[in-house]
Write a protein that binds this ligand. Structure first.
Ligand code: ZN
Length: 182
């Protein structure tokens, strides 16, 4: 196994950023803050997360952050998805410099129905801190969020040790707008 250099990690995120920008342009034009428009949402208010990365990946903790601020219910369901509205996280060899690759899929009404996060085996060498950062960042894309450029929240495009891992107030406000409590 190889340990990705700092430059390699940064390059990987830039490539991921470009790919995700393309995806988001297809499904909806991001606004000035880099998030999807409020009418773009999951087709259910409960989204399950399944991961094949292994028990030493903090997937549950990573995704719980997105669960806390709105009626959107995000349920970690281990290695097997419990419904058809799923975020699937799995290993896959990616082109050079890719650590993660996220795709969102929409139904006929344009609502999110599935999201797939592919993680390159090179990411197995990441620290626990960076594993959490990577998965929380990628799952943010699964909820329609693009990159932010303020450098204070998890959706910045550069992955680094000690970097931000939290959602911004903007993310919480937007989730509550799209998924209000009854
Ligand atoms: Zn990204």
């Amino acid at each position: 196994m190889r340990v990705p250099s700092r430059a390699a990690v940064r390059a990987g995120w830039i490539v991921v950023a470009l790919i995700l920008a393309a995806v988001l342009i297809v499904i909806g034009t991001p606004d000035a803050d880099g998030a999807s428009p409020s009418q773009v949402r999951w087709n259910r208010t409960t989204v399950h997360v399944q991961s094949a990365l292994g028990d030493d990946w903090p997937v549950r903790v990573a995704v719980e952050a997105w669960d806390d601020s709105s009626a959107l219910d995000i349920v970690y369901s281990g290695t097997r998805c419990a419904s058809t509205s799923c975020i699937t996280i799995r290993w896959e060899d990616l082109p050079d410099w890719h650590l993660g690759y996220t795709n969102l899929y929409t139904d006929a009404l344009g609502r999110y129905k599935a999201c797939t996060i592919r993680v390159d085996p090179a990411a197995a060498d990441l620290s626990d801190y960076l594993r959490l950062s990577l998965i929380r960042h990628e799952t943010g894309h699964c909820f329609g969020f693009n990159h932010t450029y303020t450098g204070t929240d998890v959706m910045i495009e550069t992955l680094r040790e000690g970097g931000p891992q939290n959602l911004s107030q903007f993310h919480k406000d937007r989730l509550l707008e799209v998924y209000p409590y009854a």
